[in-house]
Design a protein around this ligand. Structure first.
Ligand code: NZQ
Ligand code: ZN
Length: 384
C-alpha cells in the first residue's frame, strides 16, 4: 500500500430508534434548516421522527431537492438560508438530499463569485455551514464522505466536488427508514455500492491484501443480499447489513493507499446529464464495458475477482470473461436493464459524450490511463 492520510470525522449513529438522539447533537444556539427531497420522508414517518426530536430547536425547512440535485434548486435554498440566517443544516433523505445540502453549506458561505465555480472549476471551499444527515437510502456513502455531485440543468452538466468542510458532523443510519424504499431504489443502491467497491478494487493495484479482502467481503455481501432485498418483504437484519455495506463502500476506508479508477462514474454521470437515467442504472450499463476494455491491462485483478468473488477457476480459459458476464447477470437479476439500447440511447448520445471528453482533453477518465477519451467510444458502443 502507498502512503496515505485517512481522515473521516463523521460520527455514525446506527440502528433502530436512533433518530431521537439528534435532539442532543444538533446545537440549539443556531437556526436549523431541515432539507429534504420530494416527500418520501413525509410518507414514511421519518419527517415526524425528526421534527419530534427537534421540537425545542428553531427549525425552518427546505423541500423539493430532486434526485440528481440541481444547482438551480439548491441556489433557492442558499437564498433562504442566507435570508433566515440559518446556522446549521440537517439533510434528511438519500444521496441527492445529502449531496445537495453539502453544496448549500458551501455555497451559503461562498462570497467570491458564483458558487457553481466550486463544482465547475474546483474553487476552494474555505468555509461552509455545519451539516449533519439522516440517511434514508443506502447507496452513495454521502453520509460518511466529503463528496457531492451536482447537476446544472441549463448546461446539462453533472459534476462533483469534495471538501473536508462538508463532511457531515454526524449521520443517523436507521435501517428501518429504508423499509419504504421501492425495489427500483433498492436495486440502484445495491449497484451503486457494488460499483463504488469496484472502482477502488478492480484496478491495476495488486498485493494490497487487507484492502482487497475488505472489498471482496463487501462485494460478496451485496451479491448475497441484493436479490433478497429487491424481491422480499423488508426485514431489519438484511436492511442493516445493506446499510452498513453501502456506507463502508465509500467512506474512504477501502480506498486508502490503493489506486482508484472512477471511470464508470465519470461516464455514468454523462448518461444521467443527457438522459436523466438513475445513477445506479448508468453504472450497471457502463461497468461491464470498462471491464472488457481493461481485461488485458488488469488481467491479474480480473482473475482474482473471478476466483474470489465468483468462485470461477482462474485457470479456466474464459475466467475473466465469465466474471464480467456474471457481474452483468447480477445487475440484471435486480431488475435493471444494462444496455443503452434498452433505454432508447444510441450513437447520437455516444458521440456527444465522447466529444465532451475530447474537448476536456481527458487522458484518464477515472484516474488510470487505460480508460481515456480515445477508447470511450468503443466502450460505449460495446454497451449498445
Ligand atoms: O425525493 P424523495 O421523495 O425523498 O424520494 C427519493 C428519490 O425519489 C427516494 N427515496 C429516498 N429514500 C426513500 C425514498 N423513497 C422511499 N423511502 C425511502 N426511505 O429515492 C429516490 C432517489 O433518491 P436519491 O437521493 O436521488 O438516490 P441516491 O441515494 O441513489 O442518490 C443519488 C445521487 O447521489 C450521487 C449520484 O450521482 C446522484 O446524484 N452520488 C453521490 C456520491 C457521494 N456523495 O459520494 C457518490 C455516488 O457515486 C453518486 O454519484
Ligand atoms: Zn455512485
Amino acid at each position: 500500500m502507498e502512503n496515505f492520510d485517512y481522515y473521516n470525522p463523521v460520527q455514525v449513529l446506527f440502528g433502530k430508534g436512533k433518530i431521537a438522539a439528534i435532539e442532543q447533537l444538533v446545537p440549539r444556539d443556531a437556526k436549523v434548516m431541515l432539507t429534504y427531497g420530494g416527500g418520501s420522508i413525509k410518507r414514511n414517518g421519518v419527517h415526524e421522527q425528526v421534527t419530534r426530536a427537534l421540537r425545542h430547536h428553531d427549525v425552518t425547512e427546505f423541500g423539493g431537492i430532486e434526485p440528481n440535485p440541481r444547482y438551480e434548486t439548491l441556489m433557492k435554498a442558499v437564498e433562504q438560508a442566507r435570508r433566515e440566517e440559518v446556522g446549521y443544516l440537517l439533510a434528511v433523505g438519500g444521496g441527492s438530499v445529502i449531496d445537495g445540502t453539502k453544496f448549500i453549506a458551501a455555497a451559503a458561505r461562498y462570497r467570491d463569485g458564483d458558487p457553481w465555480e466550486i463544482v465547475s472549476r474546483g474553487a476552494r471551499v474555505d468555509d461552509a455551514l455545519p451539516l449533519a444527515s439522516v440517511l434514508t437510502l443506502p447507496a452513495t456513502g454521502s453520509e460518511m464522505n466529503s463528496n457531492s455531485v451536482i447537476t446544472r440543468e441549463k448546461t446539462r452538466e453533472k459534476l462533483s466536488f469534495s471538501s473536508r468542510r462538508v463532511f457531515p458532523r454526524f449521520s443517523v443510519l436507521d435501517p428501518e427508514t429504508t423499509f419504504s424504499l421501492p425495489p427500483r431504489q433498492l436495486a440502484n443502491g445495491v449497484i451503486d455500492a457494488f460499483v463504488h467497491v469496484m472502482e477502488q478494487y478492480y484496478t491495476t493495484g495488486t498485493g494490497d491484501a487487507i484492502q482487497d479482502r475488505f472489498a471482496e467481503g463487501i462485494l460478496e455481501t451485496l451479491i448475497e443480499l441484493g436479490p433478497r432485498l429487491v424481491n422480499e418483504q423488508p426485514e431489519y437484519a438484511s436492511r442493516a447489513t445493506f446499510t452498513w455495506a453501502a456506507t463502508m463502500a465509500l467512506n474512504g476506508l477501502i480506498g486508502c493507499g490503493v489506486p482508484q479508477d472512477w471511470s464508470s462514474h465519470h461516464v455514468g454521470h454523462e448518461l444521467t446529464a443527457f438522459h436523466g437515467l438513475d445513477h445506479g442504472v448508468t453504472l450497471a450499463i457502463v461497468l461491464p464495458g470498462i471491464m472488457h476494455a481493461t481485461a488485458a491491462s488488469r488481467r491479474g485483478k480480473l482473475l482474482q475477482y473471478a476466483a474470489r468473488v465468483w468462485n470461477i477457476d482462474p485457470a479456466s480459459p474464459r475466467a475473466g470473461e465469465l466474471a464480467i458476464e456474471r457481474t452483468e447477470e447480477f445487475f440484471r437479476s435486480l431488475g435493471v436493464k444494462t444496455r443503452l439500447s434498452e433505454h432508447g440511447i444510441g450513437m447520437e448520445t455516444i458521440e456527444r459524450i465522447v466529444n465532451r471528453f475530447r474537448e476536456r482533453g481527458e487522458s484518464a477518465l477515472g484516474g488510470i490511463p487505460d480508460v481515456h477519451a480515445g477508447n470511450a467510444r468503443e466502450i460505449l458502443v460495446s454497451r449498445l
